[in-house]
Design a protein around this ligand. Structure first.
Ligand code: NDP
Length: 460
């Protein structure tokens, strides 16, 4: 008789949980997965996927403008928000269904309801009998953090609600300067909504390379997003005509929707983690080692709930590494170095490796290669849009330690650049790569002159 009902119990059927559950089940383990919402997690249901569909929808307005420069006549294009939402929801339902089928095909059992640990081996799912499991994986993800003490916060939405607004607002105020705030500001702006982005700091996208941050702000402004820096909400008031955002410093702004994107918090409350003795950090994230094992030896955690790098592919790799280690006799830890990411702003950002400031801090002497250029397509159409490309090189080893791009297709470009950087490419090897012409990406492999800040001139 088996000691436990299940070999593995996974709490949360998002990207990380599903990957781990599937692989464990395929190895022959008896696996149960609990999900309190829809299968697919943040990425599929209320994150990356619906967001990217909204990015696609919103990019057309700019494409129509560019098309005019190429001789097209486009009369009175209109956007049907309810129709888009219905199509988007159909696609999300389709993808969620694929996740469910993948779990079933692998032989994992899915149970719907909120799961809670009773002790380190016992789980209770609301409305179901308690079960025991030899190993438990916490993959409950994160959720938007809202400033609960702010006056009038009940009038504001988070990204969760932004996917389901019954009407497209005419005016929106988005607070925050991270991925979500920037992406949604560009989405709503592209859909014709008067958009204010309000951020407490002197520049958006903290942690990114400073040239990238400034460049994105300028380009967003060029496309119509009103970026207001160094201020934040003091209160939100509901009036007869909309919502008034009151900011520190006395300014105010009226809109139809106020959205907060001020970061996300790990979903660890009410999970019974204390009962099991699982250690959390000061932000409520599960503390794990490089094999994603928590402070309790039979409990692991992957994805946003551990607040390491909060990206879908990272959660998937952490879940995969866990399953390989624990169920396939292949000890694997995911390497969190050189993980590329993209901000789907308009224009988008692709980035991998260190910013100039971080590289200077780490290596002391670094070489910078940077160019700003007008992409052929938009320049032909008479637009002033600029693309920025930047390489950060460790002066001593000549390894390329950072690559940053703002411009069309930068998210696609950076995936390829990440391979080279992960392999430890040197600038000389990078330069030996022949260009693909005519492309924007060719500029990246033809950066020959070291960049010096204005006033110092260009070095040989
Ligand atoms: P981020 O942590 O990226 O940004 C949070 C922003 O809110 C920062 O600009 C921060 O300012 C600001 N902020 C935090 N607290 C306050 C406060 N009390 N008052 C005012 N401003 C505040 O969070 P997001 O919500 O944008 O995204 C969460 C995570 O989701 C990201 O880190 C990313 O890992 C992931 N994500 C990835 C995407 C992608 O890959 N394209 C897309 C969307 C999300 P400051 O900089 O001053 O701290």
């Amino acid at each position: 008789m088996a000691k436990y009902d299940y070999d593995l119990f996974v709490i949360g059927a998002g990207s990380g949980g599903v990957r781990a559950a599937r692989l464990a089940a395929l190895s022959g383990a008896k696996v149960m997965v609990a999900e309190e919402h829809r299968v697919g997690g943040t990425c599929v249901i209320r994150g990356c996927v619906p967001k990217k569909l909204m990015v696609y929808a919103s990019e057309f307005s700019h494409s129509f403008e560019t098309a005019r420069g190429f001789g097209w006549t486009i009369d009175n294009p209109r956007f049907d928000w309810p129709r888009f939402l219905a199509e988007k929801d159909k696609e999300i339902a389709r993808l969620s269904g694929i996740y469910v089928r993948n779990l079933e095909n692998a032989g994992a059992e899915l149970v719907h309801g909120k799961a809670r640990l009773i002790d380190a081996h016992t789980v209770e799912v609301e409305g179901h009998d308690r079960v025991t499991a030899g190993k438990i994986l916490i993959a409950t993800g994160g959720r938007p953090w809202m400033p609960k003490a702010l006056k009038g916060v009940e009038h504001a939405i988070s990204s969760n609600e932004a996917f389901h607004l019954t009407e497209l607002p005419k005016r929106i105020v988005i607070a925050g300067g991270g991925y979500i705030a920037v992406e949604f500001a560009c989405i709503f702006n592209g859909l014709g909504v008067e958009t204010h982005l309000v951020h407490r700091g002197p520049n958006i996208l903290r942690g990114f390379d400073d040239d990238i941050r400034t460049h994105v702000t300028e380009e967003m402004g060029r496309r119509g997003v009103r970026v207001i820096l160094s201020t934040q909400h003091d209160a939100i008031e509901k009036t007869a005509t909309g919502l008034v955002s009151r900011f520190t410093g006395g300014h105010h702004c009226e809109s139809d929707v106020v959205m907060f994107a001020l970061g996300r918090e790990p979903c660890t409350d009410d999970l019974g983690l204390d009962a099991a003795g699982v250690k959390l950090d000061e932000k409520g994230a599960v503390v794990v080692d490089e094999f994603s094992r928590s402070s309790v030896k039979n409990i692991w955690a992957v994805g946003d709930v551990t607040n390491r790098i909060n990206l879908t592919p990272v959660a998937i790799r952490e879940g995969h590494a866990f399953a390989d280690t624990e169920f396939n006799d292949k000890p694997t830890s995911f390497d969190h170095e050189m993980v590329a990411s993209a901000v789907f702003s308009q224009p988008p950002v692709g980035t991998v490796g260190l910013s100039e400031a971080d590289a200077r801090h780490k290596y002391g002497k670094i070489d910078i290669y940077m160019t700003r250029l007008r992409p052929m397509k938009t320049a032909f159409a008479g637009e002033d849009e600029r693309c920025l490309m930047k390489l950060v090189v460790d002066a001593e080893s000549q390894k390329v330690v950072g690559c940053h791009v703002v411009g069309p297709d930068s998210a696609e470009m950076i995936q390829m650049a990440a391979i080279a950087l992960k392999m430890g490419v040197t600038k000389q090897q990078w330069d030996s790569t022949c260009a693909v012409h005519p492309t924007l990406a060719e500029e990246l492999v033809t950066l020959r002159e070291k960049y010096l800040p204005p006033g110092l001139g260009q070095a040989a």
